[in-house]
Ligand binder design. Structure first.
Ligand code: HEC
Ligand code: HEC
Ligand code: HEC
Ligand code: HEC
Ligand code: HEC
Ligand code: HEC
Length: 263
C-alpha cells in the first residue's frame, strides 16, 4: 500500500513536470522531431546571402563514425548552430568539414570519375529545403540498431557496445596523442525533490563519445557538487542540456537519468 502511494506520487510529479517538457518540445519546435531530423544542424551564416542553399549537418551519421570529442575539441566545431563561422574556403584548405571532406576520408566539393568527368558535390552539403539524393539513408543505416524511445530512436550506447558502430577518436596530423586520464567511478546526483529518483551519472558511459574536455572545466567543475543547476536549466539547454535534448537522448526520457531506485 505504502509502495503504491509512493509510485503514484512519482507519477503525479512526472505528470506535473510534463508542462515544462511540452514547453521544450512542443512549444518552441511545434512538434517532436522525426528520428532522422533529431540532431540535424542548419548552418546559414553565409550561404543564403551568397545565393546557395543553407548547409544541413547530420549528427546521426557523423556520431556513428566519430566521437563528439574529435569534432568539438580537436577540429574546433562550436556546440552551437552557426557558432563556428565556417567558410567554404576553410573547407577547401582542409579545416573544419574539410579535415575529412577532402576526397580521402569522405567526398569533397568536386570529384573526378574514372573517365575524368567532374561531378560537383555541392548539394549534398547545401541541401536545406532541396530535394537531394543522399548516399546514406537514415532508415537503411540504422536498420537492426537497438531502439530508444525518443530522438533518433536509436540506443547509441548499446549500438556501440554491440559493435554495430566503431568510433574514431583521432585524425592523423591533427589529433595530438595524450596520456589517457583515469575515468572516475559513477556518482549519484541528488534530485533534491523527495519523490524524484536520484540521478546516476556515469563517467564510463560518457567517456565513449565525450572526452573529458567536452565537460570540464567549461560546463562542470571537477569538484563533486561544485556546479549548481536545476532541471529547468537542463530544459533550457545548459549543463546536462548542453547535449541532452539536442544531440544525446532527449530530456523527455526522465528515467534514463533519474534511474536510482526509490522503492
Ligand atoms: C562538405 C560539405 C560542403 C560541400 C561539399 C560544399 N560546401 Fe559550401 N559550405 C559548407 C559550409 C559548412 C559552409 C558555411 C555555411 C554557412 O555558414 O552559411 C559553406 C559555405 C559556402 C558558401 C558561402 C560563402 C562562403 O565564403 O563561405 C558558398 C558560396 C559555398 N559554400 C559554395 C559551395 C559550392 C559551389 C560547392 C560545390 C562546388 C560547395 N559549397 C560544396 C559546406 C560545404
Ligand atoms: C563530424 C563532426 C561532429 C561530431 C562527430 C559531432 N558533432 Fe556536434 N556539431 C558539429 C557541427 C559541425 C556542429 C554545428 C557547428 C556550427 O554550426 O558552427 C555541431 C553542433 C552541435 C551542437 C549544437 C546543436 C544544436 O542544435 O544546438 C551540439 C549540442 C553538439 N554538436 C553535440 C554533439 C555531441 C553530443 C556529439 C557526440 C554524440 C557530437 N556533437 C558529435 C560536428 C560534430
Ligand atoms: C571527422 C570527419 C568528418 C567531418 C569533420 C565532417 N564529416 Fe561529413 N562525413 C564524414 C564521413 C566519413 C561521411 C560518410 C562517407 C561519405 O559519404 O563519403 C560523411 C558524410 C556526410 C554527408 C552525407 C552525404 C550523403 O550523401 O549521404 C554530409 C551531408 C556531410 N557529411 C556533411 C558534412 C558537413 C557539412 C560537415 C562540416 C560542418 C562535415 N560533414 C564534417 C566525415 C566527416
Ligand atoms: C558528460 C560530461 C562529463 C564528462 C565527459 C566528464 N565529466 Fe567529470 N564530472 C561531470 C560531472 C557532472 C561531475 C560532477 C558530479 C557531482 O557534482 O557530483 C564530474 C566530476 C568529476 C570529478 C570529481 C568527482 C569525482 O567523482 O571524483 C572528476 C575528478 C572528474 N569529473 C574527472 C573527469 C575525467 C578525468 C573525465 C574524462 C575521462 C571526465 N571527468 C569526463 C561531468 C563529466
Ligand atoms: C558533452 C555532452 C553531454 C553532456 C554535457 C552530458 N551528457 Fe549524458 N550522454 C551524452 C552522450 C553522447 C550519451 C550517449 C547516449 C546518447 O547519445 O543518447 C550520454 C549518455 C548518458 C546516460 C546513459 C543512458 C543509458 O542509456 O544508460 C545518462 C544517464 C546521462 N547521459 C546523463 C547525463 C547527466 C545527468 C548529465 C549532466 C550531469 C549529462 N548526461 C551530461 C552526452 C552528454
Ligand atoms: C539528462 C539527464 C536528465 C533528464 C533526462 C531528466 N533529468 Fe531531472 N534532473 C537531472 C539532474 C542532474 C537534476 C539535479 C539538479 C540539481 O542539482 O538540483 C535533476 C533534477 C530534477 C528535479 C528536482 C528539482 C529541480 O528542478 O532541479 C525534478 C523535479 C526533475 N529533475 C524532473 C525531471 C523530469 C520530470 C524529467 C523528464 C521529463 C527529467 N527530470 C529528466 C537530470 C535529468
Amino acid at each position: 500500500m505504502k509502495r503504491k502511494v509512493k509510485e503514484l506520487s512519482v507519477l503525479a510529479l512526472i505528470l506535473c513536470c510534463a508542462s515544462f517538457v511540452f514547453a521544450e518540445t512542443f512549444g518552441m519546435k511545434k512538434r517532436a522531431p522525426r528520428p532522422e531530423e533529431y540532431g540535424n544542424v542548419v548552418i546559414n551564416n553565409f550561404s543564403e546571402q551568397n545565393k546557395i542553399a543553407p548547409v544541413v549537418f547530420k549528427h546521426w551519421l557523423h556520431r556513428a563514425k566519430f566521437t563528439c570529442r574529435l569534432c568539438h575539441v580537436d577540429l574546433g566545431f562550436a556546440m552551437e548552430p552557426g557558432g563556428t563561422g565556417i567558410r567554404e574556403q576553410d573547407i577547401r584548405n582542409g579545416i573544419y568539414c574539410g579535415a575529412c571532406h577532402n576526397g580521402k576520408t569522405a567526398f569533397r566539393w568536386e570529384e573526378r570519375n574514372t573517365i575524368g568527368k567532374i561531378r560537383k558535390n555541392c548539394d549534398r552539403c547545401h541541401s536545406y529545403g532541396r530535394k537531394v539524393e543522399f548516399k546514406k539513408d537514415f532508415y537503411k543505416f540504422t536498420k537492426g540498431f537497438p531502439r530508444a524511445r525518443f530522438g533518433n530512436r536509436v540506443d547509441w550506447l548499446k549500438a556501440e557496445q554491440m559493435g554495430l558502430i566503431k568510433l574514431k577518436d583521432a585524425i592523423e596530423g591533427i589529433t595530438i596523442k595524450r596520456r589517457a586520464l583515469k575515468i572516475p567511478l559513477d556518482t549519484e546526483i541528488e534530485a533534491k525533490v523527495a519523490e524524484m529518483p536520484d540521478i546516476i551519472f556515469s563517467h564510463k558511459k560518457h567517456s565513449v563519445w565525450s572526452g573529458c574536455e567536452l565537460c570540464h572545466p567549461e560546463i562542470f567543475g571537477v569538484k563533486k557538487g561544485s556546479t549548481r543547476f536545476t532541471m529547468q536549466d537542463i530544459f533550457d539547454g545548459k549543463y546536462c542540456g548542453a547535449c541532452h535534448g539536442k544531440v544525446a537522448f532527449m530530456n523527455m526520457d526522465c528515467q534514463l537519468c533519474h534511474s536510482k531506485s526509490v522503492f
